[in-house]
Design a protein around this ligand. Sequence first.
Ligand code: 13P
Length: 252
Amino acid sequence: MSRKMMIAGNWKMNGLQQDGVELAAAVKQAVKAKKWNCEFVVCPPFTLLYAVKKALRGAKVALGAQDCHTAEKGAHTGDISPLMLKDLGCSYVILGHSERRADHKESSAMVKEKAIAAKKAGLKAIICIGETLAERESGKTLDICAKQVRESVPDGAKAADVVIAYEPVWAIGSGKTPTAEQVEEVHSQVRKVLAQKLGKAEAGKMRILYGGSVKPANAAQMLALEDVDGALIGGASLKADDFINIAANAGC
Ligand code: 13P
């Protein structure tokens, strides 16, 4: 089953206007320098989406946001609707990142509602799952990830609308990564759960990204795994060279 690799950058809460424009311009230049066999996505904070969209014009780099509300519009002070993101030029939205699950008490049920709303607005969702260190150490990783997939992915979801990102919480920003065997163990299990939920054909087409301390130095090993279809990159996506070298080292 051939799945197009995705190299996605999650800029998190980083960058003022000038930083965002400079980073986007550097990414654009690097992406335009050769023909790539992957899909690039950058997900800046809301405040940078418009400027980054303009800075990326003409480059094959999709724009994504880092969260959205479930409603199209209305009395939700401080929130951003999926329709607004679509209107701004986004094609993706990251949902259920562990930082949002922790900081904003987002449940899998909420993530699922957001994914349904995103699809309605014409956005593709990058749905994040992953275990904490305590969960890994108590042998619960596969159960936790399976439960998050079952509860966060909408019924009937299609590979064209949803991407999964496995991000072990303890690997995020820590410089620690699971072994290749541990990553493949989770990814192949996630695909099995997707097959139970969505059918084998759809599960076979759905991309499952790995995220958590992905760097140019470990990209080749992580992205060569059978069920790893790309990376969701935090810290290293803030440097255009590192971001691009992750794709290059992965053979994209
Ligand atoms: P780091 O690449 O900084 O570990 O972050 C990963 C992440 O959370 C991407 O969503």
